[in-house]
Write a protein that binds this ligand. Sequence first.
Ligand code: ZN
Length: 246
Amino acid sequence: MNRNQFIKTSIFGTLAFSIVSNFSFISIQEMYTRDQLIGKGNPDIIGDTYTSKMQKDTKVAFQKMKNEAAKEGVNIEVVSAYRSFEKQKQIFENKYRQFISEGLSPTDAITKIIEYSTIPGTSRHHWGTDIDIIDANAPRPESVLEEEHFYGDGPYCKLKEWLNEHSEKFGFYEVYTNNPERKGFKYEPWHFSYAPVSKPMLQEYKKLDILKVFQEEKILGNEYFTSDFIENYRSQNILNINPELL
Ligand SMILES: [Zn+2]
């Protein structure tokens, strides 16, 4: 290669690199807006009911997994999929009002709520990539999402065994695992996440100032969220999950 050719090639290379890197920067920025990350409007959500609304790629992958499971007599049923910010706000604020009326302090009320529920704007269900699933072919217990149903001779053992063996092939990973070292939300053997989409979403989500979101959205009790509380919630409830999803 002579000098001129070398210069042309390197200029072209640099130019191409900068176009590609700018392009991916822009597309990530545009792919996940603040509102999309907190469940306030996402053009990629398809479906029309509480249990069928999902992010579009998640839905395609879910359907493939469901079809495969059906061949072995497992009828995967979604009990919760995409959940909007407004819906989560209702759940959170109803509990908050109830606990305050029972005499709890605002801080104790918030601590009690987050044993089982998320603060609006922080649920992975806002992304449309996460689903709670059971087996529609099994006898249906009164309350379906209980750990005991997924083990021993519980009705959802067959589903759980099938998922342990196959779900990751379809991109679905358990989020809140049974690791005793894990803090934050309790073990949820029914909650799965579509990693190819939820992983990049989490990376974008980590850049959000969640306290600012709580304040901007005027979530009931937001004046009691201290910076220590937010730091713990972020490291334990949001990030202390299956490492495969980080
Ligand atoms: Zn869930």
